[in-house]
Design a protein. Structure first.
Length: 276
């Protein structure tokens, strides 16, 4: 009987641990700060739910926090200082490196800031943040806050996906705009067609007086050309030199990457700030 109990004990412990796993996961989720903290109450309940779900999905898919916070006052701090302190103090960031990006919107003085930490500093370069901010700030300025935060989440998903390939979006490697590419391709083809058509019409009009001949002799007048002597003379020589540029191994490709700073808690952050 005792031998049977000893054999069942590991099995029972395993089953107990399996049953407790969901509770452990729920406790960890409960301790993590909400990825959407709308203190300024800019969103409806439905908008909050949709954006919260999108932020959670992107964050968990890439194991990198993507969060948004709105406030009515910066409490005497700059937007960058406030965003960094919120990120560090509230416990944002996933994994050992506390990877994440936070968008802060201050309605008091219409300030905004982004704060990146850990792997997010690599994934969101200065050029990349410029690109994302350009798409988000227009909606913020127009008061389309739900659209702005949705766009932020979608762009973060795009940039994190690209960073996982080993080549984050940067100065010389930015997302291609499909519509713009197709538009300019059509414009170039149209211009080329018009130029070719005009050239063909001009040439055609200049050849109206030309009459086709049936024999090569018809194109030469009789006794119109007689070669009496031939002599070659060397007059001069022209030499053109062209310098060949040397490869510069120190060239860094236009100064990409991310600039960083240290927060009040001593953590290294990247990010931008401004007004909308």
């Amino acid at each position: 009987m005792r031998k049977t109990n000893r054999k069942l004990l590991p099995l029972l412990l395993g089953m107990l641990l399996f049953l407790c796993m969901p509770l452990i996961h729920l406790q960890a989720a409960a301790e993590h700060p909400a990825r959407l903290d709308d203190q300024a109450e800019l969103l409806t309940a439905e908008e909050k739910q949709e954006i919260q779900t999108k932020l959670d999905t992107v964050s968990e898919q890439h194991n990198c926090d993507v969060a948004v916070m709105t406030v009515n006052s910066l409490e005497g701090k700059t937007a960058t200082e406030y965003a960094d302190d919120v990120f560090d103090g509230e416990g944002y960031g996933l994994g050992d490196g506390k990877d994440g990006i936070l968008l802060l919107v201050d309605m008091g003085d219409r300030n905004w800031a982004t704060s990146t930490h850990g792997y997010a500093i690599t994934a969101f370069t200065d050029a990349g943040l410029d690109y994302i901010e350009e798409k988000v700030l227009s909606d913020l300025s127009d008061g389309a806050y739900a659209q702005a935060f949705t766009t932020f989440a979608e762009q973060c998903d795009l940039f994190l996906t690209q960073a996982e390939t080993g080549t984050p979006y940067d100065v010389d490697n930015m997302p291609q705009e499909p519509f713009a590419y197709v538009f300019w391709l059509v414009v170039c083809l149209a211009i080329g067609f018009v130029v070719a058509l005009i050239t063909a019409l001009i040439k055609r009009s200049s050849l109206k007086s030309v009459v086709k001949k049936t024999s090569a002799e018809d194109y030469m007048k009789e006794n119109s050309f007689q070669l009496t002597t031939k002599q070659d003379r060397f007059i001069n020589r022209v030499v053109t030199s062209r310098p060949i540029p040397k490869d510069d191994d120190s060239h860094n490709g236009g100064g990409g990457g991310s600039t960083t700073h240290v927060s009040s808690s001593g953590e290294t952050h990247g990010g931008h700030s401004g007004k909308f």
